[in-house]
Design a protein around this ligand. Structure first.
Ligand SMILES: [Mn+2]
Length: 421
């Protein structure tokens, strides 16, 4: 009996004692599939490997690097332009297609899309809408037309080498078949060493929050198990014990990352939890038993934003490991981001989110970022795309500040805080 089966048998023996199955969850009879898993057989997912489209979604073109030197390619014809001119990539950035391109271009940040089909939160067109300048022109002036951020005085996209890295491979039919390819894709980006001790930062635009598992796991493949910290922005705790029998869902990545030993509970900081869909008191108990740090909206209500923000930054300093920012946009109040799958009133305001994102990226060692649960299809006023882009831009602004050494806590350009009169 191998170790995995032994653990499953022990868990199966303990399960009826520790987890009573509520009546509404149906019969406690063991379904056939679980019998098969207990017997050490593969779960039944009937696939057709003879189908010529079996793996086209993850098969790399043979001629992807043919006839060109490795490095980013700028697709724009002109030196600069207005948002509605040119070929839409993320912020009109140059494109890179391979890890060799990232390495040759010493690319500091690679932005790419990922959509996990099979989750009800999937196929949202979020990556493509992030590339689309329509109704969010303010962030899409490009090249010579780029404007500096007032708060830092820096033009982030000119300070940093950033590319559009296309999209991660995801099966159009199966979340399960997509997990390992996304994990490997994230690891292949973070694995690019651009100078000693400095690696490319993957920035993932999604898609359902089931992404958090392969995104974080891909980073631990590079930085080491137990050597990654996560700041997790979300209205929801995402450690649900249920998922309709599925292991990977948008509601449980935190639990699985901890239980699989990839990330330690004490290295996870959660911000913005609230609302009836978030968790119940048994979920809170799970958080406390596993030593997670959390700052719920109730704490903001009790203590005020400034005090809580200072504690969040203290937590990040205390954990002091390479940091992954997992930003579920439903942490923001639906007044600002209605285009998300599980909106919860009473959330963070953009005025709170922007400086926190900027500070995290400027003052800590960020090695990966995901901005997920963006749903342009339920964004009637274009605020979702505008605000999601603002969050990403403040992250890039913070990374540019870090590169320039502007890492003093809460740094703001002094001339914009005070008119000196
Ligand atoms: Mn989430």
């Amino acid at each position: 009996m191998n170790r995995k089966i032994l653990i499953m048998v022990i868990l199966a023996a303990l399960l009826p004692m520790s987890v009573p199955v509520p009546a509404y969850m149906g019969s406690a009879d063991t379904p056939d599939e679980v019998d098969r898993i207990d017997a050490g057989e593969e779960p039944i997912v009937r696939l057709n490997p003879d189908d010529p489209s079996y793996d086209v979604w993850k098969k790399i073109r043979d001629d992807i690097s043919e006839g060109r030197e490795p490095g980013p390619v700028n697709l724009q014809r002109y030196v600069g332009g207005m948002p509605w001119v040119g070929i839409p990539t993320f912020f009109h950035l140059p494109v890179a297609l391979t890890p060799e391109d990232l390495k040759a271009g010493k690319v500091e940040v690679a932005i790419f899309g990922a959509e996990l089909i099979g989750d009800p939160r999937a196929r949202t067109y979020a990556p493509q809408e992030m590339r689309n300048p329509h109704r969010s022109e303010v962030y899409h002036n490009w090249g010579a037309f780029e404007m500096p951020e007032l708060d830092s005085g820096l033009t982030a996209l000119q300070e940093l080498t950033v590319v559009d890295y296309g999209d991660a491979p995801t099966s159009p039919m199966s979340i399960e078949r997509s997990i390992d390819p996304v994990r490997e894709f994230v690891a292949s980006v973070a694995g690019v060493e651009i100078q000693p001790g400095k690696r490319t930062i993957p920035v993932i635009i999604g898609g359902g929050h089931a992404l958090m598992y392969p995104d974080a796991a891909g980073l631990t493949d590079v930085y080491g198990k137990g050597n990654l910290s996560i700041i997790h922005f979300d209205a929801h705790a995402d450690q649900a014990p249920v998922g309709f029998g599925h292991f990977y869902t948008h509601g449980n990545p935190v639990r699985h990352l901890v239980e699989d030993g990839l990330v330690k509970g004490e290295d996870i900081i959660q911000v913005g939890l609230r609302g009836p869909n978030s968790t119940d008191m048994s979920g809170v108990k799970w958080n406390r038993d596993n030593k997670l740090r959390y700052h719920m909206m109730a704490e903001v209500e009790a203590r005020g934003w400034k005090a809580v923000m200072d504690d969040i930054m203290d937590d990040v300093r205390k954990v002091n490991k390479p940091l992954f920012i997992s930003f579920d946009v439903d942490v923001i109040d639906p007044a600002f981001i209605p285009g998300t799958s599980t909106p919860e009133p009473g959330g963070m305001y953009m005025r709170e989110a922007l400086p926190l994102m900027r500070r995290l990226c400027a003052e800590s060692n960020v090695v990966g970022v995901e901005i997920v649960e963006i749903r342009p299809d339920s964004d009637p006023g274009y605020t979702t795309m505008l605000n999601s882009k603002a969050i990403l831009r403040q992250c890039l602004n913070g990374l540019a500040m870090r590169k320039k050494g502007l890492t003093e806590p809460g740094y703001l350009n002094p001339d914009i805080v005070d008119d000196g009169q």
